[in-house]
Write a protein that binds this ligand. Structure first.
Ligand SMILES: [Fe+2]
Ligand SMILES: [Fe+2]
Length: 142
């Protein structure tokens, strides 16, 4: 299993968002590890649940800040978030119906992990650049 690691090139330049991405990667790693090691249904359900929950909370933080700062790319960005939420819901459903199998392990490891990194590098990075250009200060309570 390939473990994701935070690296500086993943920084979008916003402390709040970078901090959440680090946590997000941790949650992803825990879920991927649980699936790869066949750690038992209850444990996998729990780690996948935490990942889904964290993902939703993180996405709503970004969406809230994008809307508040009148970011033009908000709809496009939100559509990407919705795409991942649907993929995750499918994965969880697959797991509930079929348990851990090769397909699930592969999907979590390769697909979900890649999606996450690519999303940060491509989509979140654009919002980071906008925030920087506009000189917007993002705080947790916006
Ligand atoms: Fe995002
Ligand atoms: Fe993000």
């Amino acid at each position: 299993m390939k473990k994701l690691e935070w690296q500086d090139d993943l920084s979008v330049g916003i402390e709040l968002i970078d901090g959440q991405h680090k946590q997000w990667i941790e949650h992803f790693n825990r879920a991927a590890e649980a699936v790869a090691a066949h750690q038992g249904a209850m444990h996998i359900t729990k780690t996948l649940g935490f990942l889904v929950e964290y993902t939703e909370a993180h996405f709503s933080t970004e969406e809230r800040h994008m809307a508040a700062s009148h970011y033009a790319g908000v709809d496009e960005h939100k559509a990407k978030h919705d795409e991942l939420k649907a993929i995750m819901a499918d994965l969880v459903q697959d797991f509930e119906e079929e348990g851990v199998n090769h397909k699930l392990a592969n999907a979590v490891d390769a697909f979900l992990g890649n999606w996450l990194v690519k999303h940060i590098q491509d989509v979140d990075m654009k919002f980071g650049a906008f925030v920087k250009t506009e000189g917007i200060l993002l705080s947790d309570d916006t």
